[in-house]
Design a protein around this ligand. Structure first.
Ligand SMILES: Cc1cc2nc3c(=O)[nH]c(=O)nc-3n(C[C@H](O)[C@H](O)[C@H](O)COP(=O)(O)OP(=O)(O)OC[C@H]3O[C@@H](n4cnc5c(N)ncnc54)[C@H](O)[C@@H]3O)c2cc1C
Length: 466
């Protein structure tokens, strides 16, 4: 563990006063994120900056004293990105949580990184607009964390991941310079696309201190369908057919298997139709024309039935839609309660290969004698295959998880996919990166990191080791 020198502590205390925390109980909370299988690592101190200038001072001091700095949003990450593996400084962006500007004329909003995503969604909604980013953690994760992870979520199919909505960033570089990238212009090919290099860089290239997001007109009508299927196979086989044959682009096409549904219903203490069915799909369509929306959902419903759905339920008001989504959005939480020892994966493949992914993953689980459940954003090819320890011994779990993971990643690669669609590499998948990226790609990542961060001070040990 890196020791924080007395002199450095004194300088930081002068800047931060009681926004610098050293108490053990406090540090513990900042030692981990939501990645079930990763242990925490204690930071030496936690700082709560309020301005980019304060962050700039921290980075200059950190370079001078060679102490690592780990940026942190809400700590909901699922790849260990906010864990400080060698201690040092955790820089929590929680208190930088102001909405800076709501620019209705340009349909843009500018916020600080600690704003909870859901606040942006609610504000946009009040103005008849939407923010298209919608991770299942939207009521707890920060927009800064979403940008750093290029978070996906439930509406990626229609609106794209977080990065599609970001038009400008203010960033404190690892060396302490404060840089503005982009602006409210829609088009910009002036130089390299630095914004999209920073998005998804998992807090390794800079600390995001201001974000400008584009908002979109809110569709007038929105309908969600719930389609239970007898088996996972039938549900997942229907996904590419729905996408190709329906002649419309759903805003969401989510998949939940029986174990996911049953544990979530138990967790929420609610009843769910056909909760003993093998799997359910949630399909949402939206638009401005009521007749067109109902034509779309009727066609989608018919295809579901042709593909073997046991029934199709229509949620056409806000209340019933929200109830449906509550179940989908609570799966990860229920999993943490009922199966605390698990490994939630995030493989992503081209949409048409999703049936092969699920069937292959089931075979891998069976071969290694592991329990498996799956849920996720099937319409965009991103499924959270999750291995569960259940009543297996610790030794069994440890010995079989690793080879199962490697086979899952190789399967995703061979299907034209990747090892993480939205949760990132962080600490969790670092050693598996060579399964999916070749030497030249990894050399480029390391080279870019060195240019941004010559002393390897910002979030070291994430994505790649230098
Ligand atoms: C129940 C649950 C559901 C989830 N659902 C989804 C989902 O649907 N889609 C999805 O993509 N993810 C999902 N996640 C994962 C997680 O919520 C996202 O990765 C989210 O973007 C993390 O945000 P955070 O504020 O918690 O960031 P943290 O976990 O605190 O940090 C994540 C990474 O971002 C870096 N970081 C944070 N803030 C900044 C900043 N301002 N500047 C630079 N780097 C920064 C950190 O160093 C770290 O590497 C879910 C997690 C949970 C627990």
């Amino acid at each position: 563990m890196i020791e924080i020198q007395e002199e450095l502590l004194n300088s930081l205390k002068e800047i931060f006063g009681d926004r610098m925390k050293l108490e053990r109980d406090f540090l513990e909370k900042y030692s981990r994120d939501e990645t079930a299988e990763l242990e925490g690592s204690m930071p030496g101190i936690v700082l709560f900056p309020l301005t980019p200038e304060e962050i700039s001072s921290v980075m200059k001091l950190a370079n001078q004293y060679k102490v690592p700095v780990t940026p942190r949003g809400a700590g909901t990450g699922l790849s260990g990105g906010a864990i400080p593996p060698s201690g040092g400084i955790v820089l929590s962006l929680e208190k930088m949580n102001r909405i800076i500007e709501f620019d209705e004329e340009n349909m843009m909003i500018t916020v600080e990184p600690g704003v909870i995503t859901n606040e942006i969604q609610k504000l946009a909604d009040r103005h008849g607009l939407i923010y298209g980013g919608d991770p299942c953690s939207s009521d707890s994760s920060t927009i800064g964390g979403n940008v750093a992870e290029n978070a996906g979520g439930n509406k990626v199919l229609k609106y794209g991941p977080t990065g599609y909505h970001v038009y400008a960033l203010e960033v404190v570089l690892p060396t302490g310079e404060i840089v503005q990238f982009g602006g409210k212009r829609i088009k910009d090919v002036t130089g390299f696309d630095m914004i999209h290099l920073l998005i998804g860089s998992e807090g390794t290239l800079g600390i995001v201190t201001k974000i400008t997001l584009r908002l979109l007109p809110k569709p007038k009508y929105s309908v969600a369908l719930l389609a239970p299927f007898e088996s996972v196979e039938k549900a997942i086989d229907a996904v590419p057919k729905l996408m190709v044959k329906s002649g419309t682009m759903p805003s969401s096409l989510e998949f939940m298997d029986r174990s996911s549904i049953q544990s979530t219903c138990k967790f929420l203490n609610i009843e769910f139709p056909y909760s003993d069915a093998g799997a359910h799909l949630i399909i949402e369509v939206e638009g401005n024309n009521k007749t067109a929306v109902s034509d779309d959902y009727e066609r989608i419903g018919d295809i579901c039935l042709e593909e073997g759905a046991l029934e199709v339920f229509v949620a056409d008001n806000r209340n019933t839609r929200e109830k449906l989504w509550k179940v989908r959005k609570s799966i990860a939480e229920a999993l943490s309660v009922y199966s605390p020892v698990h490994c939630m994966e995030d493989v992503s493949v081209p949409m048409a290969r999703i049936p092969e992914l699920i069937k292959g993953a089931e075979k891998i689980a069976e071969k290694h004698g592991l329990e498996m459940l799956s849920f996720g954003h099937a319409g965009d090819g991103n499924v959270h295959v999750t291995f569960v320890k259940g009543d297996r011994t610790e030794e069994y779990w440890k010995a079989h998880l690793e080879p199962a993971l490697i086979e899952l990643y190789e399967l995703a690669r061979d299907l034209g996919g990747c090892i993480s669609g939205e949760h990132g590499i962080g600490l969790k998948r670092k050693k598996y990166l060579p399964i999916i990226l070749d030497e030249s790609q990894i050399r480029l990542i390391k080279g870019i990191k060195r240019i941004f961060d010559p002393n390897n001070i910002l979030n070291p040990g994430k994505i790649v080791d230098l």
